[in-house]
Design a binder for this molecule. Structure first.
Ligand SMILES: Nc1ncnc2c1ncn2[C@@H]1O[C@H](COP(=O)(O)OP(=O)(O)O)[C@@H](O)[C@H]1O
Ligand code: SF4
Ligand SMILES: [Mg+2]
Length: 327
């Protein structure tokens, strides 16, 4: 695998609330290679957005990063001053949020917003910024004429494409796309994802896709990290994850996903909800919902173990090959 552009090491972040500390990100480590698309999947409330907010350092006031490093091309973002981080944001790492409208200024034409982002962060003339904005619109499948429109004059799909163009405006090494298509209907969602995939291939940008929908993640990601209750519990190349998943939570997530290919799964419907992260379950946080839990799952945290090339999972009773094929 090429050298990582982004290296997240043992990241831990809590929110301080009146009920106590919400342990939203707990000792999370992963890498993202140049030009790679990594998916992060897990049910709502598992800490996916919290990781994204740490990467961009756009945290609410009650958030505290307690430990870890976020190395972007070798620089630890957590060590940068606020002003320096402001420069790094957009230029080196940018983000596509779920709510496209909130990323755009409603009273400025979309073209001028992209031009402004380019002019603020990169040297060059207004003419060059205009040309680049037009080029970016072409990349995401939007006609140049739409640059002169206001956000409310665009459809949801067009707006999300404009936000993607904005995120790409300064040619960042890494784009974090948090539920980039969740607000769109299925057909537009598919088109926008295809657009993102093409842009990633053409520009060789590294993209971290975040979604609760493993179908969306599988469509665009080469590798997938599965998150549960603030932790990454399994990470593997997409094909390996679908065919040879080892963690019982991955098994449960995939059981909810209709599949046409691959081995049949024992149906293990996912009951209940992810836990309250103020007082998460002991040891393996999935144990109250896991059909395979034994005593050790409640008392000792399973280690993150290698299960194959590029495949790691933290489970005391991982799925065995002999179990696959049952239906
Ligand atoms: N600003 C906040 N203050 C307190 N708790 C928060 C805040 N934002 C998120 N949380 C909590 O942190 C946990 C992780 O949330 P989030 O990162 O949004 O998960 P996801 O993106 O996977 O749905 C949840 O328990 C959520 O309620
Ligand atoms: S460690 Fe135990 S409780 Fe956790 S997923 Fe594996 S079998 Fe289930
Ligand atoms: Mg989220």
């Amino acid at each position: 695998m090429p050298a990582p552009v982004l290296q997240v090491e043992e990241l831990t972040m809590h929110y301080l609330t009146r009920q106590g500390e919400v342990r939203a990100v707990d000792n999370v480590s992963f890498t993202l290679a140049q030009g790679e698309a990594l998916g992060v999947v897990g049910e709502s409330g598992c800490g996916k957005t919290s990781i994204a907010l740490c990467l961009l350092r756009v945290l609410p006031d009650n958030a505290r990063i307690l430990s870890g490093r976020i190395l972007l091309n070798g620089t630890d973002l957590l060590q940068l001053g606020d002003e320096e981080m402001r420069r790094w944001r957009w230029q080196h790492i940018s983000m596509v949020f779920q709510a496209a409208m909130s990323s755009l200024n409603p009273v400025a034409r979309v073209g001028s917003q992209i031009e402004e982002a380019i002019l603020v962060h990169q040297r060059g003339s207004l003419q060059e910024a205009r040309e680049r904005a037009a080029h970016l619109f072409g990349l995401v499948g939007l006609e140049e004429a739409l640059l002169r429109r206001y956000p409310h004059e665009l459809s949801g799909g067009m707006r999300q494409r404009a936000v993607i163009a904005l995120a790409l405006s300064c040619q960042p090494s890494v784009v974090v796309a948090d539920e980039p298509t969740t607000a769109l209907d299925v057909i537009v969602q598919h088109l926008v994802l295809e657009e993102l995939k093409r842009v990633q291939r053409d520009l060789h940008t590294s993209i971290m896709y975040i979604s609760h929908d493993i179908g969306v993640i599988a469509q665009v990601s080469a590798r997938i990290a599965v998150m549960y209750a603030g932790k990454i519990v399994e990470i593997a190349p997409t094909g390996v994850l679908f065919e040879h998943f080892r963690h019982r939570y991955t098994q449960a997530l995939l059981s909810c996903f209709p599949r046409l290919h691959g081995p049949k799964l024992a149906l293990e419907p996912l009951e209940g909800d992810p836990p309250d992260l103020v007082s998460p379950p002991s040891a393996c946080r999935f144990h109250p919902r896991c059909h395979y839990a034994t005593e050790i799952c409640k008392t000792e945290e399973p280690a993150f173990e290698k299960h194959g090339p590029d495949q790691f999972a933290a489970c005391w009773h991982p799925v065995q090959e002999s179990e696959r094929g049952r239906s």
